[in-house]
Design a protein around this ligand. Sequence first.
Ligand SMILES: [Zn+2]
Length: 164
Amino acid sequence: MKNLWAPWRMGYILSDQKNDGCIFCPGPDRSKDKERLILHVGPSTIVMMNRFPYNNGHLLVAPIKHVSGLEHLSRQATLDLLVGVRKAVEILRGVMSPEGFNVGLNLGHVAGAGMEDHIHFHIVPRWKGDTNFMTVLGDVRVIPEHIRETYEKLKPFFNTSRGR
Ligand SMILES: [Zn+2]
């Protein structure tokens, strides 16, 4: 069975970010958020677009804390993470009208985690007949224009989210 979340694409992200460390650690500099496709940085969670998405609107939600598993998060941070996932699903539903979602975690390399040091939820909106998307994108290493467009579409909704 193939890994659902296309983790081989995460390798590209890693190679893009060699000098900047972990992509899920937001750092203090917010000026590169757009370039990094970061939609929201809250007190305990970060939301970004996957630049090598499984589907259009593929989002990643991670805790701010650089941890490899949920067991390393406080109870509150775990709840905040799930609330962040819920919010991302709500926004995607409102903006992109998907017919379903795949939401999940890959824990550990054998499970397909491309970046196992910093846990992150994948949120993939699904539409009937979308299974050809990956084939269409192929191994394109530049960010396709539609990812930028989707980013601009989603960003205002994350700007207004508070308390995460
Ligand atoms: Zn990190």
